[in-house]
Design a protein around this ligand. Structure first.
Ligand SMILES: *Cc1c(COP(=O)(O)O)cnc(C)c1O
Length: 382
């Protein structure tokens, strides 16, 4: 039985070019990039190469604008905590949304304990924030606005460049969590009008445990870690050369392929959604109908829990995600679907299907066959 992976929103397999790129740095090229000798300098050169690849992939101006971190989560924390702490004399108000990833929401909650005020903007039923709402929330105390480029659960894409334009006329700086967005939609930091942008490697066919924060030239950040002078002391510690080199390759390739792949995945997603609607029915699409990530389908099947569907598919080695997280035995409905005003029932019914590089129509056809059987069975039980 062939394994069918439809959970690219959670993580992606590494592409072979990214695996190959890291091998020398796991074997003979093990030097510390801070060392003066040749072995160290070769590691340093490879890291600078990766920095340039990421700079180009994001449309940044200089490689110095890219700071490597240990994850997307760390890039988000560095942006939120690092920026707020550095600029607190200019104001103590931050604007974000109710549907951010926990690495933004929890960092913001933490800042509230440090005396900051945070506005968590609502979203409409498709998961969109409006530019007007951002504008209305701005005060002379606002120093930072952080709005995700695309939501990881429902795939809705936010009007980032429009918000960027509004913020040009305000002292507030602009951060976006582009961890789910990058590699699915072309990114250009200038066009988006952002000062800070987070990306992660393991969502774009690179290794886990590495991410990066774009920090526009001249924007100042307080480090979270204190140590040596690596990454211009913004993010000290010996750099993870193999992971960074591999991330650079993955970022370059995903940026080269993004336009074609977006077209292919949109087609495949529409085919999937059409067949599910026609052949299974009693199903609702969560998120924006068109303004969404090309690879994302978030569906609520009436009368059936998402987790039950996930487990039925799992028996057939088909891997998807459900809209409710079961952590420490507690069943919790997604904060994203709740913010979109979905009934709790809909939130528990949701299943996230995320396509990627290896997904093709043959896989989708088998997925739909199994899904049909699973729903037939699960709906018969009630
Ligand atoms: C995956 C993800 C993160 C966290 O990134 P890690 O590298 O797993 O820490 C943050 N935000 C979004 C939108 C994500 O999809």
């Amino acid at each position: 039985m062939e394994r069918i992976y439809l959970d690219y929103g959670a993580t992606s397999p590494m592409r072979s070019e990214a695996i190959e790129a890291m091998i020398p740095f796991l074997k003979s090229e093990f030097g510390n990039s801070g060392s003066i000798h040749d072995l160290g300098q070769r590691a340093n050169d490879a890291i600078q190469m990766a920095r340039s690849q990421i700079m180009h992939a994001l449309g940044a101006e200089t490689p110095r604008e890219i700071v490597f971190t240990s994850s997307g989560t760390e890039a988000n924390n560095l942006a939120i905590l690092g920026f707020a702490r550095k600029h607190r004399q200019k104001g103590t108000h931050i604007i974000t949304t109710q549907i951010e990833h926990p690495s933004i929401l929890e960092a913001c909650h933490f800042l509230e304990k440090e005396g900051f005020t945070v506005t968590y903007l609502p979203v409409d039923s498709t998961g969109m924030v409006t530019v007007q709402e951002v504008q209305n929330a701005l005060t002379d105390q606002t120093i930072l606005v952080s709005i995700m480029a695309a939501n990881n659960e429902v795939g809705t894409i936010q009007p980032i460049s429009e918000i960027g334009k509004v913020l040009k006329n305000h002292q507030a700086y602009f951060h976006t969590d582009a961890i789910q967005f990058f590699g699915k939609i072309p990114v250009c930091v200038k066009e988006l009008g952002v000062d800070l942008l987070s990306i992660g490697s393991h969502k774009i066919y690179g290794p886990k445990g590495v991410g990066a924060l774009y920090i526009r030239k001249g924007v100042r950040i307080e480090p979270l870690l204190h140590g040596g002078g690596q990454e211009r002391a913004i993010r000290p510690s010996t750099l993870n050369t193999p992971a960074i080199v591999s991330f650079g390759v993955a970022a370059q390739l995903v940026a080269e392929e993004v336009k074609e792949e977006a077209k292919r995945l949109t087609k495949l997603r529409e085919y999937t959604w059409y067949r599910i609607r026609q052949e299974i029915g009693d199903v609702e699409l969560n998120g924006h109908p068109t303004n969404r990530l090309p690879n994302n389908l978030n569906l609520s099947f009436q009368r059936v829990e998402g987790q039950a569907i996930l487990l039925e598919l799992n028996r057939e080695q088909i891997y998807v995600s459900s809209g409710s997280a079961c952590s420490a035995g507690k069943h919790r409905a997604s904060h994203v679907l709740q913010a979109m005003g979905k009934r709790e029932e809909i939130a528990y019914q949701s299943v996230r299907i995320t396509l990627g590089k290896e997904t093709d129509q043959t896989q989708i056809d088998r997925f739909i066959d199994v899904l049909k059987q699973a729903l037939h069975y699960l709906r018969m039980l009630i």
